[in-house]
Design a protein around this ligand. Structure first.
Ligand code: TXA
Ligand code: MG
Length: 314
């Protein structure tokens, strides 16, 4: 009881901080977010500054329910179907903006579209209900670094810029939301993520990714998710002085070895990925070698993050 009351009090204090234009560390089911009032350009500017994020990279608006989402974005029947199927949950929809002032120009990087999602985390939902307006929240890492999946990791990244930080435990999913654009009657996958291509395909036909999709999801242009150490992919074993992220049964027990999932489970690997990258990096190895990861299901998003961490994708 006491704990519940104190969590309630913390959430009220965090909502008050958002109303004052301050930043809050918010847990979600995917990764920790650095949250601000989406309508307040000065608060949003603080996010870009704290992360060192390029201004051309727009933010995701988080809302407690579809009703609020519909006030800020234009939903097609297909958008409503996707929301009904996957919200609350790790799906972000990029839609035509409806009420531009609710998610300020800076947060949208000047685009006439807006990215929106309803996170599936009780603490996030309580904060969003208490605030009663859209909250933008990029992953709480400094720009280009691995996303934080625990509160201590989030505090280390951007804690100094925050007026409040909410504990939500380790993120259950561990990978960012899947970003889907619904702009010209077609659904396009802009960022693979926690909702797999296979799961989306049960609801919607995904158009082949177009050459201009990178421009529609500007954040995809940058090197990203990268630790300090170089990352070497598709490694069957570590070389001398390397840390190793294994996947599946692996004879290596000693040395700098972290197994993303000894039983070869992609969900478990996704949940461990960023935390293990951080732990391996902290050992200051010559490089972090990573085992081959299957490409189906969540493997698509895991491989996407790893390629970017290794700097293979522009
Ligand atoms: O799981 C998540 O989505 C986490 C948690 C905190 O919710 N947030 C997150 O935010 O990953 P961020 O800022 O790290 O990534 C947002 C992505 C970027 O790739 C950005 O370019 C894209 O969404 N995005 C945002 N608004 C967009 C828009 N209007 N059009 C196209 N892409 C957009
Ligand atoms: Mg991010």
């Amino acid at each position: 009881m006491t704990q519940e009351r104190s969590l309630g009090a913390q959430i009220e204090a965090a909502a008050a901080a958002l109303r004052r234009g301050e930043l809050v560390l918010m847990p979600t089911e995917t990764v920790y977010g650095l949250a601000a009032d989406a309508a307040d350009p000065r608060a949003v500017a603080r996010i870009f500054e704290a992360k060192g994020r390029p201004r051309f990279n727009p933010l995701i608006a988080h809302v407690p329910d579809l009703a609020l989402a519909e006030t800020l974005a234009r939903f097609s029947p297909l958008a409503r179907e996707l929301a009904a199927r996957f919200w609350p949950g790790p799906l972000t929809l990029v839609l035509p903006v409806r009420e531009p002032d609710m998610v300020c120009d800076l947060a949208r990087a000047g685009l006439d579209t807006v990215a929106v999602r309803v996170p599936a985390h009780p603490v996030a939902l309580s904060l969003l209900r208490a605030f009663a307006g859209p909250v933008v929240a990029p992953s709480a890492n400094r720009s280009g670094r691995p996303s934080p999946t625990t509160l201590p990791a989030a505090l280390e990244e951007t804690g100094q810029a925050c007026a409040a930080a909410l504990e939500g435990g380790p993120c259950q999913v561990g990978l960012e939301s899947t970003v889907v654009a619904l702009l010209d009657g077609q659904a396009r996958l802009l960022r693979p993520g926690a909702i797999t291509r296979e799961a989306l395909a049960q609801v919607v036909d995904l158009a082949e990714a177009g050459a201009d999709d990178a421009h529609r999801s500007p954040g995809r242009l940058t090197r990203h998710y990268a630790p300090e150490s170089p990352v070497r992919l598709e490694a069957d074993a570590p070389a001398d002085g390397e840390a190793y992220l294994a996947f599946g049964p692996c004879g290596l027990e000693s040395g700098l070895v972290w197994n993303l999932s000894a039983r070869g489970d992609l969900g478990e690997a996704a949940a461990n990925l960023f935390a293990f990258l951080r732990q391996a990096d902290a050992a200051r190895p010559r490089a972090i070698a990573v085992a081959p990861i299957p490409t189906h299901g969540l493997g698509e998003a895991i491989n996407d993050r790893l390629r970017r961490a290794a700097g293979y994708v522009g």
